[in-house]
Design a protein around this ligand. Structure first.
Ligand SMILES: *Cc1c(COP(=O)(O)O)cnc(C)c1O
Length: 471
């Protein structure tokens, strides 16, 4: 698919138009684009990204959103509704994460604009809290550090990059895909502000040994952030359904904060996530205020300034509409579908599921380049995420895959793909996707950076420079 399929069909905006266009015309244009793009995931062959995939649910959220889309949640005097929505979203996530097990401190939370922002806020809070309570700060000659497994999301690297924190990454066991707590312990020192574990991690969907990491954190006097961005809204229901999910929430001593994405398995709109803290004092340490500003005394609970009231309303609506019963029902369908998909993978001995995952999994092969499988499945409409070190195919199972027929289609397409991959390997051919990956990964760092910059520039800048003859 071209990156600019609409350039020939709809006007390309190179300047702010002098005369506006009629609403009906614009809505027709938007409808055409949305329908074509929805058709891609409605097939159920797309990994992750569309978590709910239910147009009735989206229409309901849109209605809730529309009532407050124009509201700025920063200005609370005008909109007590936002105080209700935000407070109740936090309360519901605290409940889900078993904050009732916390007796010595007051748990608290923060609604953010996405998983990355939940992680950024947590790490910023640890940095500020460690500076205030333990004297760890660059100004005091002590560079703060964060110890994390290599499976942890790049948002932690981003946090270290943005906030001047040393990033200590610990390798995981290639067989279990889990981090070894003693290897984590070896990287902790006096300047460690926090350690990280994932429930589950994105690359393999596996859950780090949170109980052991909790003991380690308590023993060494550091924070433990559990990244439940992916699993936070589905693992608790997997546990209720008897899937043998190890505890990862506030019931585990030593867990001091948890991120959980409402915009993933919370089935809310994109642009919302929650981070909860065992101790309100840690959350509050990242509050910001500027009392001396000419524009008046300013404060904001997180990094955002103005915020959308619509997103708070829609997130609240998603959670209160589904309730535990709804989340449990959806989780049951997803866990069952994932188990069936993994059985399909296991029925092909050259394919290997990595670690012991549940609703999100990856597989690789020791016999052939796994990207041959992706190459073959792609024209049949499948879109998986390609992973590296080692190469693997990743599938986060979401509601679109629970539709009848998807597992059956996966089963027959994967059988053909495995045969194809074996033939390609026997003929000594390289996979297309593998070649691209190999090219990027094998190149010099400066070349890789150029490629990455070109890709990002392409997203942001190319539209402006589309040749005028296009339209
Ligand atoms: C998605 C994800 C994140 C980051 O979330 P964004 O919402 O994309 O910013 C962090 N951790 C894990 C495990 C995730 O799956």
């Amino acid at each position: 698919m071209s990156d600019f399929p609409y350039a020939e069909r709809f006007p390309v905006q190179r300047t702010l138009p002098e005369q506006g266009r009629p609403r009906s015309e614009l809505l027709a244009e938007l409808t055409a684009m949305a329908q074509e793009e929805d058709a891609v995931w409605e097939s159920g062959k797309i990994s992750g990204t569309m978590y709910c995939g239910d147009h009735e649910h989206y229409a309901f959220l849109s209605e809730a959103f529309a009532k407050f889309a124009h509201v700025n949640a920063l200005q609370r005097d005008m909109c007590p509704s936002q105080t209700k929505f935000e407070g109740e979203i936090i309360a519901m996530v605290l409940d889900l994460m078993h904050a009732d097990a916390v007796t010595d401190t007051t748990p608290a939370g923060l609604v953010t604009s996405g998983g990355t922002f939940s992680i950024l806020h947590a790490i910023l809070a640890y940095r500020e809290h460690a500076s205030a309570t333990r004297g760890i700060s660059t100004a005091a000659g002590r560079l703060p550090n964060l110890v994390k497994p290599e499976t942890a999301h790049p948002a932690f690297d981003k946090a270290c990059h943005l906030f001047g924190i040393e990033n200590r990454t610990v390798p995981v066991d290639p067989a279990t895909t889990l981090v070894d707590p003693s290897a984590m312990g070896a990287r902790i020192d006096d300047n460690t502000i926090a350690i990280v574990g994932s429930a589950g991690n994105y690359p393999y969907g596996t859950i780090d040994p949170i109980s052991e990491l909790g003991r380690l954190a308590l023993d060494r006097g550091v924070g433990l952030h559990v990244d439940g961005c992916l699993g936070g809204f589905i693992l608790p229901f997997g546990e209720e359904l008897g899937y043998g999910i190890p505890p990862f929430d506030f019931r585990v001593p030593g867990v001091t904060s948890i991120s959980a994405d409402t915009h993933k398995y919370g089935y809310a709109f994109k642009g919302s996530s929650v981070v909860v803290f065992r101790d309100k004092a840690i959350r509050n340490s990242q509050y910001f205020h500027q009392l001396a500003w000419l524009g008046g005394k300013y404060m904001s609970p997180g990094m955002d300034g103005s915020r959308s009231g619509g997103l708070l309303a829609a997130t609240w609506a998603s959670m209160t509409h589904l309730g535990r019963e709804g989340y449990r029902r959806y989780a049951g369908e997803i866990f069952e579908t994932a188990a069936r998909l993994m059985d399909v993978v296991r029925s092909h001995p050259p394919l290997r599921i990595m670690g012991d995952p549940t609703f999100c999994f990856s597989f690789t092969s020791e016999d052939f380049d796994i990207y041959h499988v992706a190459d073959f499945m792609k024209p049949r409409g499948w879109r998986f995420n390609g992973q590296q070190y080692p190469n693997a195919i990743h599938l986060a199972v979401t509601r679109p895959q629970t539709k009848p027929g998807v597992v059956e289609a996966f089963s027959s397409d994967l059988a053909d793909a495995a045969t194809y991959a074996q033939e390609q390997a026997a003929a000594g051919r390289m996979s297309q996707s593998g070649a691209i990956y190999g090219g990027v990964v094998g190149g010099l760092t400066s070349e890789v950076e150029t490629v990455m910059t070109t890709i990002m520039d392409g997203m942001l800048d190319t539209q402006q420079s589309l040749p005028p003859e296009v339209r």
